[in-house]
Design a protein around this ligand. Structure first.
Ligand code: HEM
Length: 419
């Protein structure tokens, strides 16, 4: 996303019909580099709006921070298996079976129980202990390219960090990381709300699901035979207390951790780096004062969040302005728009690493609040601070910047940089 100064909407060059705006937001080819302006325009012309899009179940579209603040605290809005249907996916193959087992898409009670169990592997202390390993990994990745003078920041840096960290946490051998990365990427491709679900994409998702699950079965058997100090061993210990937890549930949970924690974090590292390259004064500010990194991470999360869209469903009538969100209605939170609401954030399109109002919703809120938020923060802090400190001349390189088609997992496919 460009760091353009944006005058007030509505703009004459963009549609004023909310349906046309929403269609353009979802369409990768038509939104181009205009996502933020499209969000501002939609918020201006239809702040309280139910999109008449049957394919998506006619969702309420939330673009204002105040509305999001009201609704995210409402426990009668839930996330469950219907979220999967929203992404336009169905069928009964291995891909969907794994997705349906993931606790993120379970009803309230099984979700809370499983989340509580998995959370034991994500204590603040266990995450803090990862700092030296994450720093060493980031340094190694930079050592490998520093003499080259250029790289693709997405594939040679941003994507390497989270996949390696989650693999290490799980206890997967380092040499398996490239395979894991391929399965994780192919698995994710199938849930793109902006693209047609072709038989090839469907097949790719099913194959990745089958191979990933078979690999995890072997890893589970190995850990059961020989426990280690890793997350998989802790999940197997939990299984002894909760015998209804099957190996398939554990494998789905592990795949969920990769799905939720890999692309998201990688996308933030890449988009955050791009935002800093395009705002050299802010990059310089960080170099001069590295203690800014924690605040900078929150500002980068607000500025261009990796999860632009999350949908929940009403289980009770919810009064909403002068209308009612009825039970069963989907509610789509457009986090990218909510985080740029000028009613809440002063000068929202300015990247400001010293910003003090940082209550973004990039990790969601409520029962489904991101389980890996602290891990993500730690990885982002080390990656961004080290990258800009060790490569002070970082700038855009030769070649095109390419975005991926997804919106719910929004990120770059390629970011050529040089120094
Ligand atoms: C910058 C990186 C990340 C961002 C922006 C992000 C964002 C999100 C968001 C928006 C949600 C959904 C919240 C909701 O529905 O209200 C979520 C859920 C989740 N995230 Fe993250 N996430 C990131 C990194 C991670 C990491 C590193 C992990 C773990 C390895 C992780 C694990 C999860 C899990 C397991 C859930 C599902 C929680 C549940 O349904 O109870 N995320 N994340």
């Amino acid at each position: 996303m460009r760091a353009v100064a944006i005058a007030s909407p509505p703009w004459a060059d963009l549609p004023e019909d909310p349906e046309a705006l929403f269609a353009r937001i979802l369409d990768w080819h038509r939104r181009g580099d205009d996502l933020v302006r499209l969000y501002h325009q939609l918020r201006a012309v239809a702040p309280v709006w139910r999109a008449p899009v049957e394919r998506l179940g006619r969702p309420w579209v939330i673009t204002r921070h105040a509305d999001a603040s009201q609704l995210v605290r409402d426990t009668s809005l839930v996330k469950d298996a219907r979220t999967i249907g929203m992404a336009g996916v169905g069928g009964g193959g291995p891909w969907i079976q794994i997705l349906l087992r993931m606790f993120a898409f379970q009803p309230k009670e099984p979700h809370a129980r499983m989340r509580g169990l998995v959370n034991r592997g994500f204590t603040p202390r266990s995450i803090e202990q990862l700092r030296p390993r994450v720093q060493a990994l980031v340094d190694e990745l930079i050592d490998a390219v520093i003499d080259e003078g250029s790289m693709d920041l997405v594939s040679q840096f941003a994507f390497r960090v989270p996949v390696t960290v989650i693999s290490q946490m799980l206890g997967a051998p380092l040499e398996d990381v490239p395979r894991i990365e391929r399965w994780s990427g192919d698995f994710a491709r199938r849930s793109d709300e902006g693209a047609a679900l072709t038989p090839e994409v469907e097949k790719m998702g099913d194959e990745a699901a089958t191979e990933f699950a078979a690999y995890l079965d072997e890893l589970i058997a190995a850990r059961r035979a020989r426990p280690a100090d890793d997350l998989l061993t802790r999940l197997l210990e939990v299984q002894r207390e909760a015998p209804d937890l099957t190996d398939a549930d554990i494998a789905s949970t592990v795949i969920l951790l990769f799905q939720a924690g890999h692309e998201t974090t990688a996308n933030l590292i890449a988009k955050g780096s791009l935002a800093l390259i395009r705002n050299p004064d802010e990059a310089e500010r960080l170099r001069r004062d590295p203690s800014l990194i924690e605040r900078a991470t929150e500002e980068l999360l607000r500025y261009d969040t990796p999860v632009q869209l999350t949908t929940k469903f009403a289980t009770k009538p919810i009064p909403f302005h002068d209308r009612t969100i009825e039970p069963g209605d989907p509610v789509s939170f457009i986090w990218g728009a909510i985080n740029r609401d000028p009613e809440h954030f002063a000068d929202p399109d300015r990247l400001d690493l010293g910003r003090t109002n940082l209550d973004h919703y990039s990790f969601g809120m409520g029962a489904n609040y991101c389980l890996g938020a602290n891990l993500a923060r730690l990885e982002i802090q080390h990656s961004i601070e080290t990258l800009f400190r060790r490569i002070p001349g970082l700038r855009l390189g030769e070649g095109e910047i390419v975005y991926k088609p997804q919106l719910h997992l929004h990120g770059l496919a390629r970011l050529p940089v040089a120094w």
